[in-house]
Design a protein around this ligand. Structure first.
Ligand code: ADP
Ligand code: MG
Length: 573
């Protein structure tokens, strides 16, 4: 084959492949252009999941008649002029290739008018070439119409997913940007249905409510933290509202949505031991830092950035989220209304939400989290005096401010979990079985277990493959002693099944949490006064005594104040 220079149409289609992957990428480029043009209102119309039509109309600065033709040439941009500018970018675009790329794979029309001009101009691109440019009547601002996307690249069309998926990508994008830019009024209309609509009045919490509903918006904790040259704002879910994956963790850096797995992990880590492992928060964080501390020019769609000081950003995120979490996750307090009142119909109230497993009944029974100021000991429990055990399930204790009811199982889980993690730092105490135990599994579970053998063996088990679908258990973590090893192993394997591929450390924590659940004292188990006291003592020395490793509360607090009100000693109720 001889070497040739490709015809310009082919070259631009290749380049377009980088920027325009799917309809949502067109929406992204056009919306970013509107934001860069200072728009206060952006309306997006989508037909046939973006294949038929994508139209983005804004009330921004507009483009003059003289310059309009430049917008569709490659490397034509008004946003920078020297390479040095790249390091002070404050606009979303700067590469000057989006419109050229889109024009090479669609029928593109741009209509625009600046406020200085009394009429607008319309430009049409066909097959990557300027087809016409003419004056038209138009309001100030710009309307970009992209019809028949990928009509000339059938291979691309084949790669598109089902309509619902493409529509979801578009909606996800617009939703996130609507949150990031609360001062801009967004409207997304897909197939004649308004799917996103915000008011543009600048109130982020209101945007949150209009996008996710009041219930969820009300549960999101606000984040506001400032560290040296780094400002972090946004929202993150509390510990009761969780998701099964990380998709709902969104990060904006200087107004740009970026995908950065490591920074997403920083958010997840902030929840360490608060969430059931395998559950993830929902969060949207806005990071602001001086543009010269990041390099935005490392990815064709600018979805990744490089940081001068990544570690500082990572720990900043972790600290900001953790702080919000600690400030809002104190002991379960009880609202007086919950006594003797009708319970709300929670199946309705929470119908559309994913709750973590074993969602506490307390939450549903009209109790609220008592807000509590953050302090270094904010989440520790005070010294408690044991009163006794109730229903062989709850411990009753007196603290400096009233009565504490402790769920013995959840509390013990927490204690074991932290002891286990501590051992993990040094070495886990493992106990050999007198007789190795043979355990048989289904072929599917055998595969799952085989995949996890290494992790299990690091966690104090000694398990080895032993013929077809059978394993030999030689030792178990000492915490599990006294529990039937084959039952323990089965519980762990069941758990692998439902999991998405988690990180190694999460996998471990998840297994540990499971082990502790097995090993903890059960509800209904009578404990001696000595055992009760020991459990309270252990709980007092926990780092996060107020929730079990799965995120359920370990205790309920009835304050003296509440007791006094209930007994009519103070304040008429
Ligand atoms: P970039 O955004 O990287 O500069 P684009 O190809 O997306 O490149 O756009 C080229 C230029 O067209 C922009 O720099 C801007 O001057 C102009 N432009 C595009 N869209 C708009 C818009 N909605 N309003 C005003 N100007 C626009
Ligand atoms: Mg652009």
């Amino acid at each position: 084959m001889s070497i040739r220079i490709l015809p310009p149409e082919v070259a631009s289609q290749i380049a377009a492949g980088e920027v325009v992957e799917r309809p949502a990428s067109v929406v992204k480029e056009l919306v970013e252009n509107s934001l860069d043009a200072g728009a206060h209102q952006i309306s997006i119309t989508v037909k046939d999941a973006g294949r038929g039509l994508i139209e983005v109309a804004d009330d921004g600065l507009g483009i003059s008649a003289e310059e309009l033709h430049l917008t569709v040439s490659r490397h034509a941009t008004s946003k920078l002029s020297t390479a040095e500018d790249l390091f002070h970018i404050s606009t979303l675009g700067f590469r000057g290739e989006a419109l050229a790329s889109i024009g090479s794979v669609s029928h593109l029309t741009i209509t625009s008018r600046t406020k200085e001009s009394d009429q607008g101009t319309r430009l049409r691109v066909e097959g990557g070439h300027l087809a016409s440019i003419e004056p038209v009547g138009a309001p100030t601002g710009t309307v970009v119409k992209v019809a028949d996307l990928f009509y000339n690249v059938p291979a691309r069309l084949k790669f598109l997913k089902k309509d619902v998926t493409e529509r979801r990508h578009i909606e996800e994008f617009v939703t996130r940007y609507a949150l990031a830019y609360p001062n801009v009024r967004f409207q997304l209309r897909q197939e004649d249905r308004d799917t996103v609509q915000t008011s543009g009045n600048g109130d982020r919490r209101e945007v949150l409510a209009s996008l996710y509903g009041l219930e969820i918006a009300g549960k999101m904790l606000e984040i506001l933290a400032e560290y040296e040259q780094l400002r972090i704002t946004g929202f993150t879910s509390g510990i009761t509202y969780t998701r099964s994956n990380r998709r709902e963790i969104t990060l904006f850096i200087n107004g740009r949505w970026v995908h950065d797995a490591a920074l997403v992990t920083a958010v997840v880590k902030a929840y360490h031991t608060y969430l059931m492992v395998g559950r993830f928060p929902q969060a949207v964080l806005f990071l602001e830092l001086p543009p010269e501390l990041i390099d935005v020019n490392v990815h064709p769609t600018k979805a990744e950035v490089r940081f001068r000081e990544r570690d500082r950003v990572f720990s900043g995120i972790q600290r900001a989220v953790r702080r919000a979490l600690l400030a809002h996750t104190p002991v379960q307090g009880i609202e007086a209304e919950s006594f003797g009142m009708a319970q709300p119909d929670f199946s309705q109230r929470y119908a559309n939400q994913t709750w973590s497993e074993n969602e506490p009944a307390f939450q549903q029974a009209n109790l609220t989290w008592e807000p509590q100021a953050e302090s270094s000991v904010g989440t520790r429990v005070p010294l408690l005096r044991l009163v006794g055990q109730v229903a062989a399930t709850y411990l009753v204790a007196e603290g400096p401010d009233g009565l504490y009811l402790v769920d013995q199982h959840a509390a013990h889980e927490r204690v074991l979990f932290e002891q286990y993690l501590e051992q993990r730092q040094t070495s886990i105490i493992s106990q050999s079985l007198l007789e190795p135990v043979v355990v048989e599994f289904s072929p599917a579970n055998t595969r799952l277990l085989a995949d996890q053998l290494e992790v299990l063996n690091q966690l104090g088990f000694q398990v080895e493959a032993f013929g077809m679908n059978t394993f030999l258990v030689r030792a178990v973590p000492s915490l599990l002693l006294g529990i039937d090893p084959s039952a323990a192993l089965r519980v762990l394997v069941e758990d692998f099944e439902e999991d998405e591929a988690p990180l190694q450390s999460e996998e471990e924590a998840k297994i540990i949490a499971r082990i502790c659940k097995r090993a903890a004292v059960k509800a209904g188990q009578v404990l001696s006064a000595e055992e009760q006291r020991a459990l309270l003592n252990d709980l007092e020395s926990c780092q996060s005594p107020r929730t079990c490793p799965h995120g359920r509360p370990t205790m309920i607090h009835l304050s003296v104040d509440l007791l006094e009100r209930q007994f009519g000693r103070r304040g008429a109720r």
